[in-house]
Every structure is written in C-alpha cells, then in structure tokens.
Design a binder for this molecule. Structure first.
Ligand code: SF4
Length: 255
C-alpha cells in the first residue's frame, strides 16, 4: 500500500526507530477506515444503560459485560430497581461479568447519585453541556473514570470524547502517538487533542478493531499492517527482532 505523506507530524515517541515517520491521527484513520468501516456514529443505547454496561466491562470482555447486563435487567426489571437493590443482590446478578463485588457498589452508587442529582435516570442533559463539563459531571460519580465517561459521551451522544481502552492504549503507544510511559489516563486528553472532533468516534473504533485483529497483544501482525511504514514498533519488528521492543510494551491496564 502506497503511503501518502502525513500532513502533520505526531509527537515523537521517547524511543522511535530511525526511518519511521510517525503518522498523524488523520492519516491513521484514512488507512484503517476502509478496512474496518464504514464507522459512522449511531446511538448505541441510552446513557444510563451505557454507563452500567461500561462499568460492567471493566477488566472483562464486551461479551461478558453485555451478558451480565442482561442478567441484571432480568433479575431486577429496571435500572431504577437496581438502584434500590442490595449490593449483594446486584453482585449475585452480575457474577458472570467478573469482579462482581467491586462492580456492584459502583453501579448502585452511580445510579443513586444520578437519581439524587437529576430525579430520574436520564442523562440527556449531558449532551447540552460543553464536553469538559459533561466529563466532569460523569467522573464525579462513584466508580466512573475517564474511560467510562468518554464511552458514555461518545457512544450515547456522539460527543468527541476519546475513550482509551487497553487496545487504543497499546496501539497508540506502538505507533508513537503517545510516549511509552504514558498511562491510559493521560492518553485520553493527549489523543483527544490529536484527533479532529468529527473523527473521534471513528478513530476510537478503528484503533480498537485494529488492536483486536492486527496489532494484537502480545505480538502484533506487522507484516500485514497498513500502518507499518509509519510505525516505530512495526519497523523494529519487521527489521528482524523477535520480540516487541520494550519501549512500547504495556505498563498499565486502564479502566
Ligand atoms: S506496524 Fe505492527 S505495531 Fe505498528 S500498528 Fe501495525 S501491527 Fe501495530
């Protein structure tokens, strides 16, 4: 695949290979979207259910989280009923999603907080707020961090909030978009600033999909990657080293 000249250089990684000109976020999306697209945003579900599913997805797969959410609703009938339920009963209903004893109080706490603040489990008002204000409101909820807040705002409302999960974090680090020691928490703001607001959702989905299918942990499939010519890690891998360069390995697991 012929690589066009990047329009704007991304910040250099702390230790990049010689010869790999880092790709811009726009160029990365231009190359990945034909593989994984079309990636147009459409609302996935209301924000309160999205919030609960995202809490359930912490440290487990999306499939497990969806299954646990279905079991939660089967057990209680509604999220309003979940908010009034005992934590132990909530934990029992979501056991299949893992870490149930940690997630149950987070879910109940977040739902109760929303009910106290808003009188109903309706978060549509967030779509009317400036992005940083909407993030601040959500991250004030118990158990809600930057990733969870960004998923809710991006997936439910199409707001340009960059959610950095383990795949986005790993791929961005390997590509040199962020420095090797950048945490996922730090990466939210850094990547969000690199991506035009109109592209945030598509960039997020493209990087997650690329991380699952090609730029896998622990060993990326660089020989079939359309980003390899602009990827410091890919250049090192293709040059013959048998292991991923230490400079781009994961050091933390984001929530
Ligand atoms: S070249 Fe390799 S390390 Fe770089 S993005 Fe592609 S698969 Fe990942």
């Amino acid at each position: 695949m012929q690589a066009p000249t990047p329009t704007k250089a991304a910040p250099p990684p702390e230790k990049a290979s010689q010869g790999a000109v880092p790709l811009t976020a726009t160029e990365i999306l231009r190359r990945l979207e034909p593989l994984y697209g079309p990636l147009q945003w459409t609302p996935r579900r209301d924000a309160a259910p999205e919030l609960v599913v995202t809490i359930l997805s912490q440290h487990t797969s999306d499939l497990n989280a969806e299954r646990a959410y279905e079991q939660l609703i089967q057990a209680f009938g509604s999220l309003e009923a979940v908010a009034q339920a005992e934590e132990s009963a909530i934990a029992g209903a979501i056991r299949s999603g893992g870490l149930a004893n940690q997630k149950a109080p987070r879910i109940k706490g977040a739902l109760l907080h929303i009910l106290e603040q808003r009188g109903a489990l309706d978060l549509d008002f967030l779509a009317e707020l400036p992005l940083q204000q909407a993030k601040a409101w959500l991250t004030a909820l118990p158990g809600v961090g930057k990733k969870t807040a960004a998923v809710v705002l991006c997936f439910s409302f199409g707001m340009p909030a960059m959610a950095v999960d383990t795949h986005v974090h790993r791929v961005a680090r390997r590509l040199g978009l962020i420095a090797p020691k950048t945490t996922a928490d730090q990466a939210h703001d850094l990547l969000e600033a690199m991506v035009p607001p109109r592209d945030v959702y598509r960039f997020h989905v493209a990087l997650i999909t690329h991380g699952r299918q090609v730029c896998k942990a622990p060993r990326p499939l660089c020989d079939r990657c359309p980003l390899a010519d602009g990827c410091p890690t890919g250049q090192e891998m293709l040059a013959g080293s048998t292991a991923e360069p230490a400079s781009s390995r994961s050091r933390s697991r984001p929530l």
